[in-house]
Design a protein around this ligand. Structure first.
Ligand code: NAD
Length: 473
């Protein structure tokens, strides 16, 4: 049993003013494995004050100095990769390949931000005016539990590259992972106050950061409901926001697709991170005339999907992060049954032999109408809905008939056809025949999947504001 009883302010691990203790679980076993002492509003204020003090000199730093800091952060996180992998598996049950990739990603984002910074021109001329891209100030970085290390590092990298200082409020459910990342970041030996970390509840610490007049910007990743709350609470101080929110992404299977061939990628994106991924392709759109041929192939593939111990490299679906998340997923499975969808695979309850952890059966429904609850709401678990369409236009209409717009997948043997359709899809990213990674490309959502973009130049500019200067020449 580990206890985390410090937060990080001004370059030092300090005891929080808040006294609430919060249990941390291993979702594979359900056991309590640790406890975190949560910060409160006063802790948030101390962290904001430290970041504000540090910003006075940090905003004047040049590219070379910031790039050097980013490289140090990369090296420090890379050196802690093994410890991070173990904690990620233990605390949130990420399947082994994903857990192994996360620290590599968390380290690489600092080099990516350094690259964006190197190529970026902070000054430009428009007519008689000089335009200076200026850092916004103190940034509040609020992250979810489902890829804690990656989110903390990616947001911090862009903020520091831009010349902002940061107050980080990670998910209270990821305190062991936060501690592992934080230990690494601390060893990079940055000037005090450049980044500060306060564990705490969202409506307490997160809200205080969102309300503060000394915080210029919130970069938030999490649910759409909390994103809306941040916009409302932040409006009083006219907070700049980047919001990376939920999704209900379509996987459109065109009638020329080879079902056997696309199945690994289709399930890879459907059950991504055990279904606990904003980008998961959870609505599978198939031509109505092909459902009878498609369904048995899908059922066989889902039934062959290994669910269980995340440390086993063959495991594709690990546990849900918490009992609460397990309950939520079960409610959605029941809603699917109650609203008349047909169970193709999986169903309610725990898989046989996995009764102690928060495991869910990988579940697929057919006969889903796009207006059913399971097709509209983000479930955040391994539950897929198969929806039929009549023709291409109908497929696009169903794909876009959602409040979300984070990501979309198109499967086809005709790339040109898929590319043509991609223009009609309302989503921040469209992937053809697979799942891809380009660290410098913009990431973010249309509609209620968010506001703004992260990564590369887009991520850097999210922490900058143009200032027009005239009379110098
Ligand atoms: P969440 O919205 O419940 O919490 C996210 C963070 O916000 C946590 O740190 C939480 O403590 C904090 N928070 C809660 N209430 C707050 C408030 N009133 N003010 C300020 N902060 C507050 O989300 P979660 O359950 O941790 O994560 C899952 C959600 O995140 C899903 O909806 C998922 O789609 C989304 N997500 C989106 C992306 C993306 O990039 N678009 C990536 C991962 C996860």
């Amino acid at each position: 049993m580990r206890t985390i009883d410090t937060i990080y302010i001004d370059g030092a691990f300090v005891t929080p003013h808040g006294t609430e203790l919060f249990d941390l679980h291993n979702p594979t076993t359900g056991a309590v494995i640790g406890r975190v002492r949560l910060g409160d509003e006063q802790d948030a204020q101390r962290a904001i004050a430290a970041a504000k003090r540090a910003h006075i000199s940090y905003r004047r730093t040049g590219k070379a100095e910031r790039i050097a800091l980013l490289h140090r952060l990369h090296d420090a996180v890379a050196a802690h990769a093994d410890a991070l992998v173990d904690t990620i598996v233990e605390e949130y049950g990420a399947p082994a390949p994903r857990a192994a990739a996360t620290p590599r990603y968390a380290a690489a984002v600092f080099l990516d931000a350094a690259r964006a910074l190197e190529e970026y021109d902070f000054h430009r001329a428009i007519g008689t005016a000089d335009i200076v891209m200026q850092p916004l100030g103190v940034a509040g970085l609020i992250s979810p539990w489902n890829a804690n290390a990656g989110f903390i590092c990616a947001k911090l990298a862009s903020a520091l590259a831009a010349g902002c200082t940061a107050v980080i409020k990670p998910s209270e459910m990821s305190a062991l992972q936060t501690q592992a990342v934080l230990q690494a970041l601390h060893e990079a030996d940055l000037p005090p106050g450049l980044f500060n970390v306060v564990n705490g509840r969202g409506p307490v610490v997160g809200r205080e950061i969102t309300m503060s007049n000394d915080v210029a910007k919130i970069s938030f990743t999490g649910s759409t409901a909390v994103g809306k709350e941040i916009v409302k609470v932040g409006a009083d101080s006219m907070k700049r926001v980047t919001l990376e929110l939920g999704g209900k992404s379509p996987s459109i299977i065109l009638d020329d697709a080879d079902f056997e061939k696309i199945m690994p990628a289709l399930l890879d994106v459907g059950f991504m991170n055990s279904g606990q991924a904003c980008m998961a392709g959870t609505r599978i759109l198939v031509h109505e005339k092909q459902l009878d041929a498609f369904a048995p192939v899908l059922r066989a593939a889902v039934e062959a999907t290994q669910v269980g111990d995340p440390r086993d490299p063959a495991t594709k679906v690990g546990p849900m992060v918490s009992q609460k998340q397990w309950d939520t997923v079960q409610r959605y499975i029941q809603a699917g049954l109650d609203e008349g969808a047909t169970l193709l695979a999986g169903g309610p309850g725990k898989p046989k032999g996995l009764e102690s952890g928060f495991f869910v059966k990988p579940t697929v429904f057919t006969g889903v109408d796009n207006h059913m609850t399971i097709a509209r709401e983000e479930i955040f678990g391994p539950v897929l809905s198969v929806i039929t369409y009549k023709d291409e236009d109908d497929a696009i209409a169903i794909a876009n008939d959602t409040t979300y717009g984070l990501q979309a997948y198109i499967f086809s043997s005709d790339i040109a056809r898929a590319q043509r359709l991609s223009h009609d899809v309302e989503a921040g990213r469209v992937f053809i025949n697979g799942n891809y990674f380009e660290p410098m490309a913009p990431f973010g959502g249309f509609k209620q999947s968010g506001i703004g973009r992260e990564f590369g130049v887009y991520g850097l500019e999210a922490f900058l504001e143009p200032k027009t200067l005239m009379g110098c020449r």
